[in-house]
Design a protein around this ligand. Structure first.
Ligand SMILES: [Zn+2]
Length: 163
């Protein structure tokens, strides 16, 4: 364990990391960002936690998943996140699915499905393509209701502000 590394002892219960991801998503909403949060866990320890920062960072690639992959890779000191599990509140897009594959994430847990922008169960179904060289084990629908409600409320408020 490197100095300065944030560690939180976790149980093997997948609900707990998803609760952290949901907290990160709520933070995003407070910053005016689309409320999506992600967490990476290895051996029951949180390696990284982040929420969407595309507006704040003026970076179209600053999705929660990309941010946690970067942070965890930096902490581990490797671009391969072996034995790491990623939790995200929304079905990953094509960019993030690609990054998750490159990182060799072991398990992917996501909350709400995203028929408009998702790339796991929708659209390109990235991990099922023959050009995908590493697919994580996938568990959808964890904390789905809370994730979806957060997003719905966020977009509803935004629509109200714009009228
Ligand atoms: Zn994404």
């Amino acid at each position: 364990m490197k100095r300065g590394e944030q560690t939180h002892p976790m149980t093997g219960n997948p609900q707990k990391p998803m609760t952290l991801a949901l907290e990160a998503a709520r933070d995003a909403a407070r910053q005016g960002e689309v409320p999506v949060g992600a967490v990476i866990i290895r051996d029951g320890v949180v390696l990284a936690s982040a929420s969407n920062r595309t507006v704040t960072d003026q970076d179209p690639t600053a999705h929660a998943e990309i941010l946690v992959l970067r942070e965890a890779a930096r902490k581990i000191g490797s671009e391969r996140l072996i034995d790491c599990d990623l939790y995200v509140t929304l079905e990953p897009c094509a960019m993030c699915a690609g990054a998750i594959s490159f990182a060799r994430i072991r398990r992917l847990y996501f909350g709400a499905g995203d028929p408009k922008g998702g790339a796991v169960e929708h659209g390109p179904r990235f991990f099922s393509q023959p050009t995908c060289h590493h697919a994580p084990e996938i568990y959808g629908g964890l904390g789905e209701t809370e994730s979806a409600t957060l997003l719905k409320e966020f977009f509803k408020e935004r629509r109200n502000e714009n009228t």
